[in-house]
Design a protein around this ligand. Sequence first.
Ligand code: PTJ
Length: 255
Amino acid sequence: MIPKSHPRYESLITRDKIVDGINKGITSTQGLIAQGRGEAFDYLIGEKTTPGALNAEKTAAALLILAKNPVISINGNVAALVPEEIIRLSEAVNAPLEVNLFNRTEERAEKIIQHLVSYGAKNMRIKTDALIPGIEHDRTKVDSSGIFSADVVLVPLEDGDRCKALVDMGKTVIAIDLNPLSRTAQTASVTIVDNVVRAIPNMTRFADELRSSGKDELQKIIEEFDNKKNLAQAIDDISKHLSSSLLLTLSANII
Ligand code: PTJ
């Protein structure tokens, strides 16, 4: 039991959720490595949602609301970290959930579906009757009425080649990735450089706020967004956070 007073409480709870996910058979062991990499970048960002990430989250909410066929892709880490939150987002933007795995086994895919159903998921796409062109691994298997035909796809913690393949299919791809230098981050249409545990509730809040907005207002939010500037800002945020941490360390040593 981790005490709430622990200075790294949130981070340790997140870690435990991934371990639980592995024990339940919904998260892959590779998911641990991905989580570790994410934690390292989160540390560099300052473990908080930056103003730039917040703007990307708002843009993503506007895109999902305006989409004709939005779909939210689910992997083993997302199912373990934010099951309730992702269902809430799915309801807020009327987007079905589709399990799509990099390290796919049918048993794990089925366990993730059942896990989401146990949290109340109703709107899901569960077939694997279509293939994304240009991918040789199992992430290619998708539902013809889900990711395959979607116009906007949210891919939290994606791998770079599928992100590119989805963009090549003409889809608008929203990625959540703490590493602004990853291939996924660089290829997506909108990259949210934030922890998925903060990003998903923020997006739902924006979706709730924006749902009654007119089409023109949503379109304006989307048009004003520039992903290249967004990524440059995220890298700048990391370097500024490192510089201020360095100054704090130096002044502490001087005193
Ligand atoms: O369940 P599966 O089989 O589909 O596998 C899922 C993982 C995530 C294991 C798989 O897609 C994978 O190996 O991903 P990568 O290539 O390690 O990429 C994960 C990316 O997500 C990295 O750039 C990490 O920095 C980032 N990341 C990790 N944890 C988080 C994160 N980004 C946001 N929030 C996190 N909690």
